[in-house]
Ligand binder design. Structure first.
Ligand code: ASP
Length: 328
C-alpha cells in the first residue's frame, strides 16, 4: 500500500484587510471573515497543506501602528521556527511597510509569505482565494526557502523589501519596479527565476512608537512647515525631487532639526538612489549631506520611514542611523 507524503504544515497568520472584508449593509466593506472562513474560501486547501490558523490582528492596515508591525513580526518569526512555511493575510494599503519591517525584523529559512486582496470576497472577480492559494503553495515550496520575506499577489512572487502598492483598485496592484517579480505561480507550480542579492540589517523591536512624519517636497518647501513639525517628531523623512534636492530656503530649518534628530532625505522618483556628490547648488544633495542630513540611498520615503522608526525604537542616535542607512 502506498502512503501519501505528509502535507506541508503552514501557519496562516491573519491581520485583516480586504481579503477578510464583506459589505455590511450600506456601510461598505467591514472585517467579517476569520481565518477558518478564509481557509474555506480556497477549494481543496486541505490537499495543499495542513493549515493552522493564528489570528494576530483584525484591523484595516492604515490603522496599524509600529507595535502592530512588531507583533506581526514576532508571530511570523515564532511560526517560521515551528512550521514548514508561514502565510500572512494583510490589507493591501500598507502591506509594503509591513513587508519591509518584516524583512528587517525576521530571519528564517522557512518561507514567510504575505498576501492580500484588492476585491472583497463578495465582489465580482474576488482575488483573495486565488492569492491565498498561491501564497500557500509558495510558503510550502522548498524553492522559496531562504529568500527572505516574500509577497504573493496576482500569481507573482515579489521580494518583500522591494514591493510597493502601485494601483488603488485593480487586482494587479503590486510592483517591484524598476526590478520585477522574482518568480510566479502557474497552474500551481512555483517558479523562482531570480534570487535577491542584497543584505538588510537584522533589527529587533523592543516597543515604542517613534513619531516620524514624511514630508514630500515639490518645487518649494516652506520653512515654516519644517519648523512646525520639528517639536512634534522624533525624526523626519523628506521625499525630495530628483536625486535629493530641496528648495534652498528649506535647508536652514532642515539642518537645525538634523542637529538634534535624524532627518533622512529620499528621492521621490521611485527608482535609483539619492546621490552624494553630483550637485553643489543650494539645496542640492552635497549641501544636505554637509548639513548633517542622511541620504536614504535606494530606499523610498516609506521604507526609509520604517527603517528610521525601528532604529529609533532600538534607541539609535543620529550616528547609528547614519551608519545603518549607509550600509543599505
Ligand atoms: N482597507 C484595506 C486594508 O486593510 C484595503 C485592502 O486590503 O486592500 O489595507
Amino acid at each position: 500500500m502506498t502512503q501519501n507524503p505528509p502535507r506541508p504544515r503552514i501557519a496562516l497568520l491573519t491581520t485583516g484587510g480586504t481579503i477578510a472584508m464583506t459589505a455590511q449593509g450600506g456601510r461598505g466593506g467591514q472585517l467579517a471573515l476569520d481565518g477558518a472562513a478564509l481557509s474555506a474560501s480556497v477549494p481543496g486547501i486541505e490537499t495543499l497543506a495542513e493549515i493552522e490558523v493564528r489570528p494576530v490582528l483584525a484591523k484595516p492596515s492604515a490603522s496599524f501602528t509600529l507595535s502592530d508591525l512588531g507583533r506581526i513580526a514576532a508571530a511570523a518569526q515564532e511560526a517560521a521556527e515551528m512550521f514548514d512555511g508561514v502565510v500572512i493575510t494583510h490589507g493591501t494599503d500598507t502591506l509594503e511597510e509591513t513587508a519591509f519591517a518584516l524583512a528587517l525584523l525576521t530571519r528564517a529559512e522557512a518561507p514567510i509569505v504575505m498576501t492580500s486582496a484588492m476585491r472583497r470576497p463578495d465582489q465580482l472577480g474576488a482575488d483573495g482565494p486565488a492569492n491565498l492559494a498561491a501564497a500557500i503553495r509558495v510558503a510550502a515550496s522548498a524553492k522559496a526557502r531562504g529568500l527572505g520575506l516574500l509577497v504573493v499577489s496576482d500569481d507573482e512572487i515579489h521580494v518583500g523589501a522591494l514591493v510597493r502598492k502601485t494601483h488603488s483598485f485593480r487586482p494587479h496592484a503590486f510592483s517591484s519596479a524598476p526590478f520585477g517579480p522574482i518568480g510566479w505561480v502557474a497552474e500551481g507550480r512555483v517558479r523562482i527565476a531570480l534570487k535577491p542579492a542584497f543584505d538588510l540589517p537584522h533589527l529587533a523591536y523592543p516597543g515604542g512608537e517613534p513619531v516620524v512624519p514624511i514630508v514630500e517636497a515639490g518645487p518649494g518647501l516652506e520653512p515654516k512647515v519644517v519648523e512646525a513639525l520639528a517639536p512634534a517628531c522624533d525624526g523626519l523623512v523628506v521625499a525630495l525631487p530628483g536625486a535629493g534636492h530641496v528648495a534652498a530656503a528649506a535647508v536652514a530649518p532642515l539642518a537645525a532639526l538634523a542637529a538634534e534628530r535624524p532627518v533622512v532625505f529620499a528621492s521621490r522618483t521611485g527608482a535609483g538612489e539619492t546621490l552624494q556628490n553630483s550637485y553643489g547648488f543650494g539645496g542640492g544633495e552635497i549641501e544636505l549631506l554637509a548639513k548633517g542630513l542622511i541620504g536614504a540611498g535606494p530606499l523610498d520615503a516609506r521604507k526609509a520611514r520604517v527603517l528610521l522608526q525601528l532604529l529609533l525604537a532600538e534607541g539609535a542616535g543620529v550616528e547609528r542611523v547614519r551608519a545603518a542607512f549607509a550600509g543599505i
